[in-house]
Design a protein. Sequence first.
Lengths: 223, 250
Amino acid sequence: MDAVSIAGVYLRRGRRLVLTDANLRIVEGGLCALVGANGAGKSTLLALLATMLQPDRGSIRILGLDARREAAGIRRQLGVVFQESALEPRLTVWDNLLLIACCYGYSGAAARSRCTTQLAAAGWESRAGQAVETLSGGQRRQLELMRASLAEPRLLLLDEPTQGLDDAASAAFWRQIAIQRQQGATVLFSTHRQQEAEAAEQCVRLQEGQLLPVQLSGRGEAA
Amino acid sequence: MMMRVLWSLVGLELKRYWLNPLRIVLSLAQPLMYLFILGAGLAGGTYALDSSYQAYIYPGIVAMALMFAAASAAVGVVHDRQVGVFKALLVSPLPRSTLALARILSGAALALVQSVLLLPFAPLLGMAFSPLLLLEFLLAMTLCALVFSALGLVMALPFRSVMVFPVVSNTLTLPMFLLSGALYPLELAPRWLQLLARANPAAYAVDLLRGVQSGRFLYGLTNALGALLLIGFLAVGWVVRSLHGRSGQV
């Protein structure tokens, strides 16, 4: 089954046509890179797949579910890392995770158990009580991924996830992604880094509203 | 299950405000200045009726404290949009109605906590609350807090900047307060002002609190309660509907 299936999608934002007859298929468990110039609409496409937007025309199916009619079902299986930080800086690492655990329907002991598991897996137990505003950019990115994967999503959408990270932090981030993939998650990420795109199994370029396949030289080597 | 999730969310919301307890204490300053400075200054005026002016305005000042605290709590939504937390909530499977309810309850709880701090000052103004009266007054305060919290969200949801929203919020809440009859009897006000007050949710809140406390209603208990329930119901509906349509605008 395809994890993502976009067929003949059109999307207008204001006066601008962001997508024009866009088509894309990502197989379940795949790793797909999305590239394109600044302002090409990569974040908008990811927002569309995250069910935050609806297309004007065309069909989007995520994990076999229709994005228009079954958005709630999709959200249960989705993890998203946004381009900009989406953490509450005043709360602790623990509370940021707990907030999202609650949103995924966990409560009480179940929510605490999910958060503890995530922190232990990342070796972050000692940082649980640390306020997010005291974390470095790389640590915040790691926490975002921890939060996005808290409910064991089947599809991870990552919007320029390593933007602003140094090589070491970036490598640490991709190691976490590799763990998620081992557990069966499909990953779609946008990037401006050639090396990251080359490491994917599939790459598409968003250009003038269309999703064009990009030929890769080194298939799926790093991730 | 949903109730436990709801309470967990409300708890986390309140925790964010608790991080700054000084803000809660400082929020007392404005209502106390109205009660003890403006109230004392106008105590010899004509509005005292059969009680002191300070006792007369007390329920109105409590309503004001509830309204301003709820509007202040609503800034949290704007903050969440600005820092991006709202996006994370909207892509989660949390039902929009639960998210709206959590926000309204936490805003109301915060407004209630801040306003309850005014109750110990009542005896200083020569007012006495029997246990039953105190219970009735607290219930009335709770309803007002819920309505103001929902109205605060109605005002806050269109905004993305914590720099802009407080200015707009103040521009809207100040005339609501001045037209509420908190500081003067509406029945003695000019006709045009009475008509404006009829369209003002705060006027019904002041009437409910003053009526419960003194037994004298302007609109009547049923009308004040009915108006607040209707306004609250419409505001909650608007918030839920707005969150449903908001996904692409975060």
